[in-house]
Design a protein around this ligand. Structure first.
Ligand code: M6R
Length: 620
């Protein structure tokens, strides 16, 4: 959840590079930030509550220097987001930054009787354990290794030593950590929570394996495995350019990422689909389609909604039974999994979500083959899966997921098509294959057309921002998009919102309907349209305000039925281009994203970094 960086440099720009790295890592948490350097043979620390700009202000007022240092951006777990609890933690001899949770920290604290702890964190104890070993005369490598043996939980650590000014040690277990190699003349070495943190700083990256720890010196890097044996890990060219992670001309990353969707989906489609030959190009699946007995899809949050739509597609087109599980529930409920030929599809943008990763491991231990749909290549989920399909969106920085979601949808739709074709099922169910292939090919241009509704959405958002509660309704494949619309709205605008299958309204949620509630109805003009129109009327007749998102035919049909002046007053519409009805979830994601964005914009809240959240949730 937290972001960590370490730099061992040759120049005076280490502090600015630490800040630059932290800026790229802020998406992992922004409760507090801090850096520590070796400045005139002493460990100098600067820490601030809240966002990076507060730390920058502090450093301006109280500068520190040095060409070796560590930095941290925190998503609080143990201890409130105060300066005292901010990383780096240190005792003058050792300073360190930590991502993850040290589960046995209470136990370890007891061993350290007599030591005064300044913070309420699970981290500070590690500082003292390492110092104790140093005091006993152990060299830093051994002091760290002995300490690591005592730690339980998931963690990544980077450690700075006062008395060893040419060395940083980093370790990972459960949480990711990469080593970076700087440019030819700079010869700097780095630690980072991910390759993104080192974009523009490191030219080459080495992904540490679980249990690895590495010693960075001024002229070399030595990597050890958990047992302490020196080991080589592959070093790869960093593919992330710092140019990819700017906001461009947009006010927020979220808007930039919404606008990138036509291009991103075009890239995914052209890499995976030869529409003219009805051919879906996929890497070999871990189980041949004809042998798959059951598919279990596991993910969290937005990614789990992509999985829910995937269930509709796979069952409809390929006829393979699918179960969708929320990762945080999956391994605690004794799921009934096939003994053989069970395929588990893990969906994750970051590839580092702890709940999802642990679910992957559980599924693997229980005999499932793992197919990951993942955005970040070389992430832990990518590396632990038997096979991965990449969503190819480039870095997604905004905490609210947008382009990653729609590309997950496209990938899973194409996977469903691939399974259907491999099993000789009629492509697209009742529909002609040609129509479906055309539907896929048209998605990028339909998304561009969909962006035209932004002005209308801005007007509706003005009204929505005053809502006390918002209900999103959808039927069939649009039900997960209703869930996603509600998540997006509450996540960035802090308005209470819930998504329901429209047919469920009358089984309870209808009790909420009054003149203060707004109901967003996602209703493409398809076989279920008449049914959802009835649900919409049930709302209007109880004075609820409806925002109908539909295509031209749907809007006309709705207006024909809702024809009194009073009822019309309760209805607003957002028009979406018509598209292949099976692919509507992809296109209808766009207006719900824009609706959340513009509502949050009017409310003036922090869109890219909403309160209490972090982009990558690497704790359970
Ligand atoms: O990186 P992941 O796709 O595994 O993340 C899963 C969820 O944490 C994520 O989708 C979250 O729900 C987003 N903030 C939603 O916008």
């Amino acid at each position: 959840m937290c972001g960590i960086i370490g730099i061992i440099g040759k120049n005076d720009d280490t502090v600015s590079h630490l800040i630059e790295g932290l800026r790229r890592l802020e998406y992992r948490g922004y409760d507090s930030t801090g850096i520590a350097t070796l400045d005139n043979d002493a460990i100098a620390r600067r820490r601030a509550e809240g966002k990076l700009q507060n730390l920058e202000r502090l450093i301006k007022a109280e500068p520190i220097a040095g060409n070796i240092g560590i930095g941290h951006t925190r998503w609080a777990t143990h201890g409130a987001p105060t300066v005292n609890n901010a990383h780096p933690h240190g005792n003058g001899k050792v300073a360190l930054v930590h991502n993850g949770i040290i589960e046995n920290f209470h136990e370890l604290q007891k061993q350290l009787s007599g030591v005064h702890l300044e913070s309420e964190t699970d981290t500070e104890v590690v500082v003292h354990l390492i110092s104790d070993y140093l005091d006993k005369g152990l060299p830093p490598e051994q002091a760290v290794h002995e300490t690591l043996k005592q730690l339980k939980g998931a963690f990544a650590l980077v450690i700075l030593f006062r008395d060893f000014p040419d060395m940083l040690i980093g370790a990972r277990k459960g949480s990711p950590l990469v080593v970076g190699y700087g440019g030819q003349d700079a010869e700097e070495y780095f630690f980072g929570s991910d390759a993104l943190a080192l974009a523009g700083l490191a030219t080459h990256i080495c992904y540490l394996e679980d249990g690895d720890w590495a010693v960075l010196k001024r002229d070399k890097i030595v990597i050890y495995d958990e047992a302490g044996t020196q080991i080589d890990r592959p070093i790869e060219l960093s593919t992330i350019s710092s140019a990819l992670i700017g906001k461009g001309n947009h006010k927020h990353y979220m808007l930039k990422e919404i606008y990138e969707q036509p291009t991103v989906l075009g890239t995914v489609l052209s890499a995976m689909l030869d529409a003219a030959r009805y051919h879906v190009q996929l890497p070999d699946l871990p189980i041949a389609p004809k042998n798959i007995e059951k598919i279990t899809i596991i993910a969290c949050g937005t990614a789990s909604y992509a999985g829910m739509v995937g269930k509709y597609w796979i069952e409809q087109w390929a006829g393979i039974p699918v179960e969708v599980d929320i990762a945080s529930e999956f391994r605690y409920r004794t799921p009934a999994l096939p003994k053989q030929n069970g395929l588990c599809i893990i969906i994750s943008q970051s590839g580092e979500t702890m709940d999802t990763l642990e679910a992957l491991r559980y599924a693997k231990q229980h005999g499932q083959k793992i197919l990951a749909i993942v955005n970040v290549e070389k992430s832990t989920i990518d590396r632990e899966a038997d096979q991965s399909i990449y969503t190819r969106t480039g870095p997604e920085i905004s905490v609210a997921s947008t382009k990653a979601f729609t590309s997950q949808l496209v990938v899973i739709a194409l996977l469903a098509q691939y399974l259907a074709q491999s099993l000789d099922k009629s492509v697209g169910g009742e529909k002609q294959p040609l129509e479906l292939m055309r539907g896929f090919s048209e998605l990028p241009s339909k998304l561009i057309e969909g962006l035209n509704s932004e002005e209308m959405i801005k007007t509706i958002a003005r009204d929505l921002q005053e809502a006390r509660d918002v209900i999103f309704l959808g039927r069939g494949k649009m039900f997960p998009i209703a869930l996603e619309g509600a998540l997006k709205l509450k996540e960035i605008s802090y308005i209470h919102a819930e998504g329901y299958a429209a047919g469920e309204l009358k089984h309870g949620p209808i009790a909420l309907i009054d003149e203060y509630i707004k109901v967003v109805v996602l209703a493409p003009y398809d076989a279920l349209f008449e049914k959802i129109l009835s649900n919409m009327q049930e709302v209007i007749s109880r004075n609820g305000k409806v925002i109908l998102i539909s295509d031209r035919q749907g809007i006309d049909a709705a207006k024909q039925q809702i024809n009194t002046a009073r009822d019309m007053e309760l209805l607003s519409v957002i028009e979406v281009p018509s598209c292949h009805q099976d692919l509507a979830p992809i296109l209808y994601s766009l207006p719900v994203q824009l609706l959340a964005y513009h509502t949050a914009l009017i409310k003036g809240v922090d869109i890219d970094q909403p309160r209490n959240l972090a982009k990558s949730v690497t704790v359970e």
